[in-house]
Design a protein around this ligand. Structure first.
Ligand SMILES: NC(=O)c1ccc[n+]([C@@H]2O[C@H](COP(=O)([O-])OP(=O)(O)OC[C@H]3O[C@@H](n4cnc5c(N)ncnc54)[C@H](OP(=O)(O)O)[C@@H]3O)[C@@H](O)[C@H]2O)c1
Length: 231
């Protein structure tokens, strides 16, 4: 993955993959504008495991188990995973950051990259302002330059504005997988995930099928048509 930096000396690139992670209702809805209208514990555990992991071995383990309940033994519970170096990171828009519960600002064991045109003290709490895992940028280009140098794996975690930018040229060619949790219910969401089915290849893997609180959902890994080939 070439860094988008325009400097003459090319920095060493660590980043091997950029993937999208999102949960969609039956109408591709993702949220109300300030929150997500569902709470699926096992899906959140899946999200935490996926986004703190460097390698696709996580996918393989879950594929082998085919069930969140069966796979629970592989999920880190109370004991935090060892510090990662190089790190995995998540990138999100300012509204998604603000929608995170305060105890998950930042999401633990990952670099949290937040995009906003505003000054950081306007949307970060005092503790987040000085947290080593919180990085803020006012442009996507700056954020990606940082990620190229410092991160091994980057996950785009929303919201709609961020997804849209990564699914649009030229950035869509840098994307590899979309990990989509499809929830079989309509939540009448105001905010929708961008249309993506034309952008993905026929290769798709059903990672998990689950039912929780009467909500059926399936996690599918889609590969982008012109995906980054490094793994
Ligand atoms: N279902 C899911 O998987 C999922 C995941 C994540 C979020 N969500 C939901 O999605 C909704 C939020 O989505 P959203 O599209 O409204 O907001 P968003 O993408 O989270 O945040 C948008 C904000 O990010 C900043 N931003 C985005 N691109 C930028 C760029 N290139 N340069 C500088 N700043 C940039 C701007 O902040 P400033 O205005 O401060 O400049 C912009 O207003 C919420 O309801 C949330 O719950 C759902």
């Amino acid at each position: 993955m070439p860094p988008p930096a325009t400097t003459s000396t090319t920095p060493t690139t660590l980043l091997t993959a950029i993937d999208i992670v999102a949960a969609l209702d039956i109408e591709n809805g993702i949220g109300t504008g300030t929150a997500m209208p569902w709470h699926l514990k096992a899906d959140l555990k899946w999200f935490a495991t996926l986004t703190t992991t460097h390698s696709n071995k996580t996918d393989d383990k879950w594929l082998a188990k085919k069930s969140i309940h069966a796979a629970k033994a592989t999920i880190p519970s109370s004991s935090p995973p060892p510090p990662l170096r190089p790190h995995t990171g998540v990138i999100m828009g300012r509204k998604t950051w603000e929608a995170l519960p305060s105890q998950y600002q930042p999401l633990p064991h990952r670099i949290n990259i937040i995009l906003s045109k505003q000054e950081r003290h306007k949307y970060l709490t005092t503790s987040a302002l000085t947290h080593k895992n919180v990085k803020t940028y006012t442009t996507l280009e700056q954020a990606l330059t940082y990620a190229s140098i410092e991160l091994k794996r980057l996950f785009v975690i929303g919201g709609r504005r961020l997804y849209q930018q990564f699914l649009t040229p030229p950035l869509n060619t840098e994307l590899r997988y979309l990990y989509i949790t499809h929830i079989a219910k309509n939540f009448n969401c105001k905010v929708k995930f961008p249309n993506f089915l034309d952008l993905v290849a026929s290769e798709k893997l059903s990672l998990i099928k689950e039912k929780e609180k009467d909500l059926a959902y399936e996690i599918i890994r889609y590969r982008m048509k012109k995906a980054c080939t490094k793994n």
